[in-house]
Ligand binder design. Structure first.
Ligand SMILES: [Zn+2]
Length: 228
């Protein structure tokens, strides 16, 4: 996770009926069993495990501040690489995948999933994620809505992946990882500065007029984020 072979521990059955999974920033992942209504056993979702591990990768690369837009980008990167773990495991192309997060760990209250990268705001009855900047939520709860506004960059990645086609863990994942590892990505990054760096990553790896770069550009346009 830190490119230095750090030890990593996964702690299961954390707490009692605990409705969450989290990474503590120090090499430990905690997985609750859920209460059976909101969540079930949180180890069942490969996307959720990938999500938590990616928080560690992000910490060691961009160290995106967990608040406001940089916090929503931190959450979104975890959803992106989490969903890529799941799609790779299932051998699903971007077209075949359901783009849901947490479908294997939700109880009846949050069924069918925690989040949808394809259609933010439609994953369950409490899902209020915006799909574009028009719906950006200004709030002081949840560190400035980090789990809400992540819907915007999540949908941008979905659009990039389906725009390019094939397996999302190939070119689309490479572009996002190049961006996360780019030293120009600052801890206080905004959606716009992140978008600008994904475009630079796509252009430098695949070419200025490549279909990859074009897909990145139109995806951010579609979610109404100006890339700069
Ligand atoms: Zn998270």
């Amino acid at each position: 996770m830190d490119d230095q072979g750090m030890p990593l521990e996964g702690l299961v059955h954390f707490g009692t009926n605990y409705d969450n999974a989290f990474y503590d920033g120090a090499g430990h992942m905690f997985f609750g069993d859920g209460d059976g209504k909101t969540l079930t056993d949180t180890t069942k979702g490969t996307d959720v495990v990938g999500h938590e591990l990616t928080h560690g990768v992000t910490q060691h690369e961009a160290n995106l501040t967990y608040s406001g837009q940089s916090g929503a980008l931190n959450e979104s990167c975890s959803d992106v690489f989490g969903v890529l773990v799941k799609q790779y495991h299932l051998g699903q192309s971007a077209q075949q995948a359901d783009w849901l997060i947490g479908a294997d760990i939700v109880g009846p209250l949050l069924s069918p999933a925690l989040r949808s990268m394809k259609a933010p705001g439609t994953a369950n009855q409490y899902d209020h994620q915006p799909a574009t900047m028009d719906g950006y939520v200004r709030t002081t709860t949840d560190n400035g809505g980090v789990h809400t506004n992540s819907g915007i960059p999540n949908r941008a990645f979905y659009l990039v992946a389906t725009g390019i086609g094939g397996n999302a863990w190939e070119a689309p994942g490479q572009i996002w990882y190049d961006t996360l590892a780019d030293p120009r990505l600052r801890p206080n990054a905004t959606f716009s500065s992140f978008a600008g760096l994904t475009l630079r990553s796509a252009r430098s790896r695949y070419g200025t007029a490549s279909k990859e770069a074009n897909a990145v550009s139109s995806a951010w346009d579609a979610v109404k984020v100006r890339a700069h």
